[in-house]
Design a protein around this ligand. Structure first.
Ligand code: SAH
Ligand code: SF4
Length: 370
């Protein structure tokens, strides 16, 4: 990696203009450069033919357009793709693309690990490492666009049409970098994915939900997963700080939520923990008055998990009760099972493999055990 060069990816428009001014260029050059970087996805300054040649040379000497490194790219039979990406200092996080019939959503990570230790979540059991920077968050979208060859891509005719901030990490615990990245991604002269096509998923960092609505206006998904504070405190420790009442009040006030832009309540189906008909009825009651829909997520087991996934019958019954109460409540179909699309699994599988290789080498006496 070139440490001396400035990575232009992840700079806001204003920062890019200021940087060019420092280089002695006119600020309007930022607009041209932005177009090359984020609309055309150009990675080579020398091919930015609308820029003066000597400017291109100076850019190449001092700047980079660096994407995260790709440790692994997996392609599923169902056309999902998943990347294990390598960031500065060798930190890794995942990014997965799930195609739908006429579009597709890229699930991006916001942190390496997570501080919030939800009991059912594999990421929550891994050590928190660090926040991802705006460059690293935007970089995930760029890697995916590179992989699908979607530069430039007319809006409405692209596979990568939606973004869900639902990968590793809690986006609202890294609000500033996530917000900066989303502003870049939403910019109409670049990647141009509109706020209507972006969903941010949070476990409920209440004070930042409002800011997210006012400043970003993206769609909201709430990881609810329990209908009582008692259970939610146990499986999602953040609930002790921001209990259900406060969380639901923030949802009621979320700017821009209406019938066309409902709040998605995610509900992970845990066998005999939160999946009874009484839970389903309580859930419908809890969200009354909020423009809501549900996403029932079959629990994805991981080694050492203390939960099991609800039975198909229990999930269908749960979904049916929500439907009868007037809510859409599909059971999320496992996609990309063959590429381990669930949160955190690829990273830990890779780590396990490394560890076993490491142990094998120690056994062979090739490597010291440190
Ligand atoms: N931190 C954010 C976004 C990342 S988690 C949040 O919690 O919303 C994305 C979604 O995956 C959340 O709804 C989370 O609860 C869910 N999830 C985590 N571990 C899971 C597992 N093992 N099986 C199914 N869903 C899981
Ligand atoms: Fe963090 Fe979300 Fe996992 Fe909870 S579910 S530990 S908030 S990534």
């Amino acid at each position: 990696m070139s440490t001396a060069k400035t990575n232009l990816i992840g700079l806001s428009r204003d920062e890019l203009a200021a940087f060019l001014t420092q280089m002695g260029e006119k600020p309007f050059r930022a607009k041209q450069l932005w177009h090359w970087i984020y609309f055309r996805g150009e990675t080579d300054f020398s091919r930015m033919t609308t820029l003066a040649k000597d400017f291109r040379i100076r850019l190449a000497e001092t700047c980079s357009l660096e994407r995260p490194g790709v440790t692994t790219e997996l392609r599923s039979e169902d056309k999902s793709r998943k990347w294990l990406l390598k960031f500065d200092q060798g930190h890794e996080a995942e990014c997965v693309f799930i195609p739908e019939d006429d579009r597709g959503a890229l699930c991006v990570s916001s942190q390496v690990g997570c501080t919030l230790t939800c009991k059912f979540c594999h990421t929550g059991t891994q050590l928190f490492v660090r926040n991802l920077s705006a460059a690293e968050i935007v970089g995930q979208v760029m890697v995916a666009r590179d992989s699908y060859g979607e530069w430039p891509a007319p809006a409405g005719d692209r596979l990568l049409s939606n973004i869900v901030v639902m990968g590793m990490g809690e986006p609202l615990m890294n609000y500033d970098e996530v917000a900066k990245a989303l502003h870049i991604i939403m910019d109409g002269e670049g990647i141009a994915i509109s706020k209507r096509k972006i969903t941010l998923s949070t476990s409920g960092v209440v004070p930042l939900i409002r800011r997210c609505g006012e400043e970003l206006g993206v769609k909201l998904a709430i990881s609810l997963h329990a209908v009582t504070d008692e259970l939610r405190n146990e499986i999602m420790p953040i609930n002790r700080k921001y209990p259900l009442k406060e969380l639901l009040a923030a949802c009621r006030e979320y700017p821009g939520a209406d019938n066309a832009r409902r709040i998605t309540f995610e509900y992970v189906m845990l066998k005999d923990i939160n999946d009874s008909p009484a839970d389903a009825r309580a859930l419908a009651k809890l969200v009354r008055g909020i423009p809501a829909k549900f996403n029932l997520i079959p629990f994805n087991p991981w080694p050492g998990a203390i939960y099991e996934c609800s039975t198909p019958q229990a999930m269908r019954r749960f979904s049916g009760i929500l439907n009868d109460a007037g809510y859409s409540a599909p059971i999320r179909q496992p996609r990309g099972r063959d590429i381990m699309a669930a949160c955190g699994q690829l990273r830990s599988a890779t780590e396990r493999e490394r560890l076993s290789r490491h142990k094998a080498r120690i056994a062979e006496g090739v490597e010291d055990n440190h």
